[in-house]
Ligand binder design. Structure first.
Ligand code: NDP
Length: 481
């Protein structure tokens, strides 16, 4: 069976401990490869390599850095099929999704920042004849990048690409649950000729490797995407060390559907925004609020469409809902479905474990689930489930919809469906979220600020915001006379 390796100082290496963790295929529930069980010793070696590489990478021209990133993007595109298959097996997501979304987006991330850095400029502030100020933007140093399991290469590269473009070197940790494409990325970086130590990938557990990165006294910046509880812990360690922090955390996103929406477009998009990637996208809308006069029609049509979704083998072209990423997460989602029933919810469809056939018999499958009849402020409607489970709730007025939408501790993304432009802008202005989609979902322009408010995070990724994050501004004031 394959043993994944760490990528440190340009080499594929074993963990210092020589011990490995099991890596499961969620479609079968079987171990199919092994992951380095690295610890702070590996992080220290990676840090030393990154620090040494920083001396030259930080002064490598933007043109040259751009060329490396574009080469990595091209190699990701060239290896699309291999990477998509690896992502599907590692994560349980439908192969089709990995081929059309995850891997193309990972290539786009490198492409975007490989070109974006060429257009990144800093400011100058003239004091007329007295003086001129200009701002240098200098790479911060060795960046610590930690990413989750739901969109493995997509989110891993969303951090690494801007960090490298900005001139930082990186010590990165992918989720131990889905390490495979990060490993394949290290092979790609070697093929692209990326200088040794510029990117270092250390595999292993959050409590060991993640913690060693976050608490490392000489890593001045942490870019983290993951759960809110983990984010809170990371902030408590990093903030007293005055580290720069970007935290992209959990969500409990509302979809608000007004009766005047473009119904067919809304219905098909709401199926995607509910169940894509088994509902394991931080941007999925898990609380659906429907104007009462549309409620019954929506309920019947939505449930009928949900029942049509094929659940099963991620590698099968017909599959729309694959396997849940891990046994532990499968149990967590099922416990929330039980809680929803205890809280008085009525399961309109789904709610059960799906048993696969043959080698899929031990896989982690759940029927896409629609629940109604819950109070907006019950636990099921307030806590992040992160699975193929949505609740539907009617509303009478715009104010009521907004009150319910804004009632959670989260504020990541939101979706509005209406043909009334004035109302769309008014509600967009009042909703507590970092991202509002009007009459669409997951339409992404990589130049836009990406992130959440309240317990959904601190800071923004995307566009020049990420390059600002990975650089430190320094103002230089020149007296003219
Ligand atoms: P976790 O917070 O459990 O883990 C995220 C990463 O942090 C993993 O690599 C994990 O390692 C690591 N980690 C865990 N503990 C520590 C620690 N003490 N110190 C440093 N690193 C640590 O999140 P999940 O992987 O379960 O991802 C799902 C969550 O991510 C959901 O809440 C989802 O909403 C959120 N998310 C947010 C996004 C956004 O843009 N706002 C986008 C995508 C997901 P290990 O895997 O070994 O535990």
């Amino acid at each position: 069976m394959q043993h994944i390796k760490n990528y440190i100082n340009g080499q594929l290496v074993e963990p210092v401990s020589k011990s490995y963790l099991d890596n499961y295929n969620p479609a079968t529930g079987k171990v199919y490869s092994y992951i380095p069980d690295s610890d702070e010793k590996d992080v220290e070696i990676a840090y030393a390599a990154a620090k040494a590489a920083f001396a030259s990478w930080s002064v490598t021209s933007k043109d040259q850095r751009s060329k490396y990133l574009l080469k990595i993007a091209a190699l990701i595109e060239k290896n699309l099929d291999k990477l998509a298959l690896a992502e599907s097996i590692d994560n349980g997501k439908p192969l089709k999704l990995a081929k059309t979304v995850d891997i193309p987006r990972a290539a786009a991330n490198f492409h975007f920042y490989g070109t974006g850095i060429l257009h990144y400029a800093s400011h100058a502030h003239s004091m007329e004849e007295t003086a001129i100020n200009y701002t240098l933007r200098q790479p911060v140093g060795v960046a610590g990048c930690i990413s989750p399991w739901n969109l493995p290469l997509y989110l891993f590269s969303w951090k690494i690409a801007p960090a490298l473009a900005a001139g930082c070197t990186v010590v990165a940790k992918p989720s131990e649950v889905t390490p495979m494409t990060a490993y394949l990325l290290s092979e790609i970086c070697i093929e692209a000729g990326l200088p040794a130590g510029v990117l270092n990938i250390v595999h292993g557990l959050g409590g060991k490797v993640g913690n060693a990165i976050v608490s490392h006294k000489d890593i001045p910046l942490i870019s983290f995407t993951g759960g809110t509880v983990t984010g809170k812990h990371i902030a408590s360690v990093a903030a007293p060390m005055f580290k720069k922090l970007s935290l992209e955390l959990g969500g409990k996103n509302p979809n608000i559907i007004f009766a005047d929406c473009d119904y067919d477009k809304m219905l098909s998009t709401t199926i995607h925004s509910s169940f894509s990637n088994q509902g394991e996208i931080c941007l999925c809308g898990s609380r659906i609020f429907i104007e009462r006069k549309l409620y019954d029609k929506f309920k019947n049509d939505f449930v009928a469409k949900t029942k049509e979704l094929v659940v099963g083998n991620p590698l099968d072209d017909k599959t729309r809902v694959g396997a849940i990423v891990s046994k532990g997460h499968h149990e967590k989602i099922m416990s929330y479905i039980k809680l929803a029933e205890e809280e008085g919810g009525k399961i309109l469809c789904g709610g059960k474990i799906v048993k696969g056939a043959g080698e899929l018999a031990e896989g982690y499958y759940i029927e896409p689930t629609v629940i109604e009849g819950l109070a907006y402020n019950c636990r099921t409607n307030q806590e992040e489930i992160f699975g193929p489970v949505v609740t539907i709730t009617p509303f009478d007025t715009e104010e009521e919809a907004l009150m319910m939408a804004n009632s959670t501790v989260y504020g990541l993304a939101s979706v509005l469906w209406t043909q009334d432009l004035t109302r769309a802008h008014r509600v967009a202005n009042l909703i507590h979220a970092g991202i509002v989609w009007i009459n669409c979902w997951l339409l992404r322009d990589l130049r836009t600020p990406f992130g959440g408010v309240k317990a959904s995070g601190v800071g923004r990724e995307g566009g020049f915001e990420a390059l600002d994050f990975f650089t430190e501004p320094k103002n230089v004031c020149v007296k003219l006379s």
